[in-house]
Design a binder for this molecule. Structure first.
Ligand code: NAP
Length: 268
């Protein structure tokens, strides 16, 4: 039996790519697509046609609960907005569907709530701040490098429509590097003549966020050592880069108990 998938944010940039990827992948199909803003302001639209993959017989819907009950998906995929994702997931998990989540901006408290919701409803949830396999490798290499070169800063670069800063990937990279490093030289006093010039700070690791048209998602992790620097950089050139990771998560989420965070859990 194919895995039946409901896509939330189906008219968005990532949602359209997900509709296309699921339609083209073996063993899964889109059974419902939800995007209230789009559905309420457009004539009935086929999600496949909008995604450029041809008609799939699934109209973009405005009501998530009605779509969940009508289509009975095995898995939902959420690429929406930081301020709506938790509301969507409460509905999805309460209906017993498994969830794959790419929307960024989830807090530790949100993740704890998702874990509880999975337990209460005997279902599962997979969250990844970055579904690009190269970005996951960048984070793993950065974690290794931080053990030997503990002085590190991160520059992340995204398109100017991105709503949250810093990126989920930058936060995750900083967390991994902070946990791995020993003995960084952070004990100096600095004066910012322009507030914010030194970026955000996660456990002593500075994060700088660039927002410009032209970028999709890029990140450089820069390590400084005696007489040398090391830069580990990843560039997402196209949103299709996220799709092998999303399809992998859709295939696996139902067999993972509770909450799982990070694509590396499926790769390494
Ligand atoms: P986008 O183009 O703005 O798409 C988001 C879509 O969700 C919009 O069509 C939006 O409609 C819709 N939406 C809003 N509220 C909704 C709701 N309650 N239910 C269903 N749909 C709703 O943004 P995007 O570039 O696709 O990015 C979406 C999210 O994915 C962002 O948080 C981004 O940071 C994240 N992202 C994650 C990864 C990863 O690998 N994890 C990669 C890329 C992006 P309106 O425009 O009407 O609000």
């Amino acid at each position: 039996m194919p895995i039946n998938v409901l896509v939330t944010g189906a008219a968005g940039k990532m949602g359209r790519a997900v509709v296309k990827a699921v339609t083209e992948a073996d063993g899964m199909r889109v059974v419902a697509a939800v995007d209230p803003g789009y559905a309420d302001s457009n004539p009935p639209t086929d999600a496949g046609t909008l995604a450029g993959v041809g008609e799939i017989g699934v109209s973009i819907d405005s009501n998530l609960v009605a779509a969940l009950r009508r289509a009975g998906p095995d898995v939902t995929v959420d690429f929406t907005r930081p301020n709506v994702v938790m509301g969507n997931l409460r509905k999805v998990l309460a209906e017993g569907a498994a969830a794959v989540v790419g929307t960024t901006g989830l807090s530790e408290a949100d993740l704890a709530e998702l874990e509880r919701l999975c337990d209460d409803n005997d279902t599962s949830c997979f969250v990844a701040p970055n579904f690009a396999i190269g970005a996951v490798l960048m984070m793993q290499f950065a974690q290794t490098a931080a053990r030997f070169m503990p002085d590190v800063e991160i520059i992340e670069m995204h398109h100017n429509q991105k709503l949250d800063a810093p990126s989920g990937t930058a936060l995750r990279t900083a967390e991994l590097a902070a946990a791995a490093r020993i003995g960084a030289s952070t004990d100096r006093t600095e004066k910012e003549t322009l507030q914010g010039a030194r970026g955000g700070d996660l456990e002593g690791i500075k994060i700088h966020s660039v927002r410009l048209p032209g970028f999709v998602a890029s990140q450089a992790v820069i390590f400084g050592g005696q007489g040398q620097t090391l830069t580990i950089r990843h560039d997402t050139l196209d949103r299709s880069s996220f799709m092998p990771g999303v399809v992998l998560a859709i295939r696996n989420v139902q067999s993972l108990p509770g909450l799982t965070v990070g694509l590396e859990k499926l790769m390494l």
